[in-house]
Unconditional design. Structure first.
Length: 113
């Protein structure tokens, strides 16, 4: 008897068409439920992120206003946005950036190749 328990294999009866249909329907139902729960989880995560963003935006409003006032005061004084980076030579920047290339007369010529 001990020998039969180890040597005999359990064999399932062949699945009929109704069993296959039930398995397919159960798989589809589980897939739809999984998608529904994942959409709910994603919606909750987005809502949580928006709440955190709104809270941070609300808490930093005074800091943003202070930075805006300082920038307006500096622009009105003619210092411009790049004043801390000024080298002290020539006129102060007006805050506008125009792309271009400058060649100064006292610059050494580039080396020849």
């Amino acid at each position: 008897m001990e020998r039969n328990r180890h040597t005999t294999h359990m064999r399932a009866a062949p699945a009929g068409p109704f069993a296959k249909l039930f398995a397919a329907l159960a798989g589809v139902v589980l897939l739809v439920l999984g998608l529904m729960f994942s959409v709910v989880i994603i919606a909750v995560a987005i809502a949580f992120g928006l709440i955190i963003w709104g809270w941070m935006w609300w808490k930093t409003r005074a800091l943003r206003q202070q930075m805006r006032e300082q920038m307006e005061a500096r622009m009105a004084a003619g210092e411009g946005a790049s004043a801390p980076y000024s080298d002290g030579e020539g006129p102060q920047s007006s805050g506008r950036v125009i792309e271009g290339e400058v060649i100064r007369a006292d610059d050494p010529p580039p080396p020849e190749r």
